[in-house]
Design a protein around this ligand. Structure first.
Ligand SMILES: NC(=O)c1ccc[n+]([C@@H]2O[C@H](COP(=O)([O-])OP(=O)(O)OC[C@H]3O[C@@H](n4cnc5c(N)ncnc54)[C@H](O)[C@@H]3O)[C@@H](O)[C@H]2O)c1
Length: 354
């Protein structure tokens, strides 16, 4: 059934992911038969049903600009795929409660930040926002928490695309459940990025009876998010999150490491992931895989974002509140109840792709 309802969203963080979201909305909003869109209808919604009504950032080079201009301001480096038409949304000042990594500090111009949770909530209420999507930099745990609180105050559902721990916060989960709102996260899993690709190879080895012994995944990129991630603390946290997502694919223990290894500026928005996997076959015979995957980081988030936004609106309308496992597992690296890739896709399909 096709729904006749608009999905009003706000975004925090006008970076590369925001750029692909906005470009994708105009591109597929006009014609959803164009190649590249994974699912035309999710939970009864088309891409053209999604509307961005508010946006926040802390970079003074973006704050105050029309959103369709702000997404092309450096350090954003997603290509211009679409000639955008302005839809009248200006970037507003966001909340900053965390230390900036030295790399982020150098890359952006910090705006005069005196915004409170209440200020953000008021804007979300006035904008009649249904879903608040958190797309800010990694390592901003207090700011991400503040955006989730603002969503709760404004009675919006919340999608946390960042690695900050939101879905493990019991107070937030209870708040969203009690308010009959949806809470989704953490850390978006790209459509065909390093993590999902790594999981896919391991799953295939396991299905074919190969015993997985060891694996690693080394990600190198040239976007602001990768630059920010070379900060030791952020890097260590992301490595734990990615590694846990990888090892959950196989029902026994094996040695694995997955994480961002370095920033190479001239890669731009490209990302290269190097994989090395060792397994054991019949009579203990060795099986080794040594490959790399090259992708565009930003566009890799587009399909999952569009699917998850539409699924969240469907979930709320149909009485699913709080953490919705089927959406978390489908689109995120850290989820409340781990499922493997096949199960996750199957469950999502049964509910949202009918
Ligand atoms: N394929 C993907 O792009 C992908 C996949 C998985 C997860 N993610 C996550 O999504 C998030 C966004 O990724 P990105 O590539 O767009 O990052 P990005 O670095 O390009 O953009 C982040 C934006 O957030 C802004 N920002 C930082 N702190 C803020 C705050 N407190 N309030 C408002 N704005 C703030 C920055 O100024 C920047 O404009 C990251 O946390 C990343 O880990 C992205």
């Amino acid at each position: 059934m096709i729904m006749s309802e608009r999905i009003r969203i706000a975004i925090a963080g006008v970076g590369n992911c925001a750029s692909v979201l906005i470009q994708g909305l105009q591109y597929y909003g006009k014609d959803d038969t164009l190649p590249g869109l994974w699912h035309r209808v999710v939970g009864g919604f088309r891409v053209s049903d999604i509307e961005i009504v508010e946006a926040f950032d802390i970079d003074s080079n973006k704050v105050g600009l029309d959103l369709t201009e702000a997404i092309f301001m450096p350090p954003n480096n997603v290509a211009k795929y679409v000639n955008l038409k302005s839809f009248g949304v200006k970037v507003r000042e966001g909340i900053l409660l965390d230390r900036l990594s030295p790399y982020l500090k150098q890359a952006i111009n910090l705006s005069n930040n005196e915004v409170s949770i209440e200020d953000i909530a008021k804007i979300l209420i006035e904008g009649k926002v249904d879903i608040f999507v958190n797309l800010i930099s990694s390592g901003m745990d207090k700011s991400s928490y503040a955006y989730a609180k603002a969503a709760l105050q404004a009675k919006c559902s919340f999608i946390n695309c960042t690695p900050s721990p939101i879905i493990s916060n019991e107070e937030l989960v209870k708040g969203f459940e009690d308010s009959k709102l949806v809470l989704i996260g953490d850390d978006l899993m790209s459509q065909f990025g390093g993590t999902v690709f790594h999981k896919g190879i391991l799953s295939f080895m396991h299905k074919r009876g190969v015993k997985v012994l060891k694996s690693y995944q080394l990600d190198v990129g040239g976007g602001l998010e990768t630059l920010n991630t070379i900060d030791e603390e952020i890097k260590a946290n992301k490595r734990i999150l990615k590694t846990n997502a990888i090892i959950s694919e196989i029902p026994y223990e094996f040695e694995s490491v997955a994480g961002t290894t370095d920033y190479v500026d001239y890669l731009g928005n490209n990302r290269v992931s190097y994989f090395w996997i060792e397994g054991e076959g019949f009579l203990g015979s060795p099986i080794k895989i040594d490959i790399y995957l090259k992708t565009r980081d930003g566009p890799n988030a587009g399909n999952i974002l569009l699917d998850v936004i539409r699924a969240v609106q469907f979930a709320r309308r149909n009485g699913y509140y709080g953490l919705v496992n089927e959406i978390c597992n489908y689109g995120f690296k850290r989820s409340p109840k781990i499922m493997n890739l096949d199960e996750s896709y199957q469950r999502f399909k049964e509910i949202y792709l009918r």
